[in-house]
Design a protein around this ligand. Structure first.
Ligand SMILES: C[S@@+](CC[C@H](N)C(=O)[O-])C[C@H]1O[C@@H](n2cnc3c(N)ncnc32)[C@H](O)[C@@H]1O
Length: 273
């Protein structure tokens, strides 16, 4: 291990400042491996030189690269399937009934990683609600990482990635095979607007949403950051909207304006009005 405890403390401070992510002791062990490419990319030999350079003079570009390089990007199609069943069986039908006059449904998929989550939502809409073709359906998918967003926008997935969670019927219906790569069809891409957004800094104007997915990202923040983000989510969620957080995440103890609601075996959160 090249990094000393003060180096790890310094890097954890940079990550906290630029992404709000808390570096756990388990992750500290991985910093060296994760940050070596960042060091090499700017012509340095190793992470120790990287820390030295960053200590010498604050460098926003390097700090952003460091923060992005240590995020956890784990995701898959239909991850923890229950929210997607709830979407199909209850949430979208409910919104169709309520939004008849404006014919619009807006969904925010925050912290979308490399795109499997918003494409899963898009597949549900296209497959189960074909009659919404004259509605304005918009999925805004955001992430901190440009690398993740570029991958999301490309819509290209490996065999290994499509093997994780994607039923064969959906693979055939919504993807084209191009050599060893599976390419998402344009009809799904058309529903999604991918944008960069850091959840811990000021958000650009997003408008109001009927549904917010913010799953498996709150776990990386401290309690007050989680609470602050969920208060801000409340402000962009319509009063009768639906919030989905990760299956291992909870609002308990955060004092946020949402109440838990069960939809069969799935859990969502509704604004306290
Ligand atoms: C574990 S993935 C979750 C992906 C997807 N939501 C899911 O549940 O499968 C966490 C994502 O959060 C993003 N992230 C971490 N900190 C962030 C921040 N401050 N603002 C926006 N996105 C962030 C990471 O880049 C990563 O892609």
């Amino acid at each position: 291990m090249l990094l000393t405890d003060p180096d790890i403390e310094f890097l954890s401070g940079v990550v906290a400042e630029y992404s709000g992510n808390v570096i756990s002791p388990r992750q500290a062990y991985m910093l060296e491996k994760q940050l070596t490419p960042v060091a090499k990319n700017v012509g340095l030999n190793d992470v120790v030189e990287l820390v030295g350079k960053m200590r010498q003079a604050p460098n926003a570009i390097l700090s952003t690269q460091v923060a992005e390089a240590v995020t956890v990007n784990e995701t898959s199609f239909f991850r923890d399937n229950h929210p997607f069943v709830a979407l199909e069986k209850k949430v979208i039908p409910d919104l169709i009934a309520r939004n008849q006059s404006k014919k619009e449904i807006r969904i925010w998929c925050a912290a979308c990683s490399c795109g499997q989550e918003p494409y899963t939502i898009a597949m549900i809409i296209r497959e189960h609600f074909p009659h919404l073709s004259d509605w304005n359906i918009q999925i805004v998918a955001t992430d901190l990482s440009d690398e993740m967003l570029n991958k999301s926008k490309s819509g290209e997935y490996s065999q290994l990635e499509v093997n994780r969670g994607l039923p064969v019927k959906k693979l055939v219906r919504f993807f084209d095979r191009q050599g060893s790569v599976w390419q998402v069809k344009q009809e799904l891409k058309d529903l999604i607007d991918f944008r960069r957004l850091n959840l811990t800094t000021a958000w650009p104007f997003l408008g109001q949403f009927d549904i917010v997915f913010i799953r498996n990202v709150l776990i990386y923040f401290d309690q007050s950051t989680k609470a602050e983000i969920l208060h801000r989510v409340r402000r962009v969620l319509r009063p009768d909207g639906y919030l989905f957080i990760g299956s291992v995440e909870t609002t308990i103890g955060l004092g946020v304006p949402f109440q838990r609601e069960e939809i069969d075996v799935s859990v969502c959160y509704r604004p306290n009005n």
